[in-house]
Design a protein around this ligand. Sequence first.
Ligand code: AMP
Ligand code: MG
Length: 413
Amino acid sequence: MAETFAAARALIQENICSLEPETVDLLNLVGRVVAEEICAPWDLPRWDNSEMDGFAVKSADCHTFAKLKVVGYIPAGAAAEGISVATGTAVRIMTGAPIPIGCDAIVPIENTESDKESVTIKRPVQIGDYIRFCGSDINAGEVMISPGTILRPAEVNLLASFSRLEVLVHRCPRVAILSTGDELVAPGEAVGPGQIIDSNGYSLAAAVSEVGAIPILLGIARDNIGSLTEKIAQGLKADVFITSAGVSMGDLDLVCKVLDGAGVKQLFWKVDIKPGRPTAFGLKDGCAVFSLPGNPVSSMIAFEELVRPALLKMMGQTKVFKPFVKAALTKPLYNETGRVRFLRVRVVESSTGLIAESAGDQNTGILSTMIRANAIAVLPADRTEFVAGEEVDIHLLNPEHVLDAGSAKVGNS
Ligand code: AMP
Ligand code: MG
């Protein structure tokens, strides 16, 4: 019996967990998920410092057009020791330099006129002006990054600010990828009659890399027990093992049989989705095994909808399912499959919001429709008719690929 789409996703998520932490250096942290609580070891800023190039003054001295004697200079990187601001004096100071004793405000250079000996203040000054106070950003001991945080350049900046050279993050899964089929030849090899170039291995490796996991290409297994047994033994050493093809009803569809023989406990064999029905999921020790259909479009969509969220969970992420966005259909659609239907669509930004038009022939043999598509429309299994203008659930393949207002119009036929 086939699992529903929702049940298949739930079964996968329940049966995998985030991988153990590893230490990673500052340069390789972006996109990784933190596995420790990181507290600030000191205040940020570490000391009171100037927010502007200008003059350190006593605010009480600074009535408009006050003239002060310049008694010193503190460039960025210099210490303020031995320099102080007495009544009637000012110290020239650069952005980031420490505030000298006696100073309670900074006057930006653009609000002054000065020569070597003196400075005239042209605007009123308030106590505290343009001083970045010690700890005003982050206090020593404060939790600045919590477990589960996905690191972005901003967090990397913060870590570098505190000289954190290494962080504990969840390990990325090593994902073994196996193409199966007697008809397959590797890209670059001579193609004989009836032979097909193994494109799935590479598109799955690309999809794995895009998520941030580590692909390991195992090449091609032939449709016989010996070849499959050998390659499957290799694949089961990885954290995740993805096979393509050999899982439908053909005489030579032996993948699940050999996985069974290798001790993989299958949690499901089929999912009520189109495309992607013959997708199986199983477990062997620490390895999650996904057997995807051979058809390139089906394998890519099954990866997107079922495997990708699993890899994200293993990498420590908690929001692993792509959020749906809504887009209005440009034409009526039918889903008479009784399964969740994934349609390859083009989502276009229009004046009324997002609209979705079919990316072309939805036959799963048509790869070019996948190329034209920037999103997948997810139609529920329990409805058959969808009218033009109706908003449906959309998974954007890449949010940055949403197209600008183009030819598509709601209700266009
Ligand atoms: P199967 O599931 O073995 O019946 O394969 C379904 C279809 O996908 C067949 O037309 C295969 O030739 C094709 N196919 C299988 N594996 C690959 C692959 N690695 N790359 C491209 N096409 C494939
Ligand atoms: Mg086959």
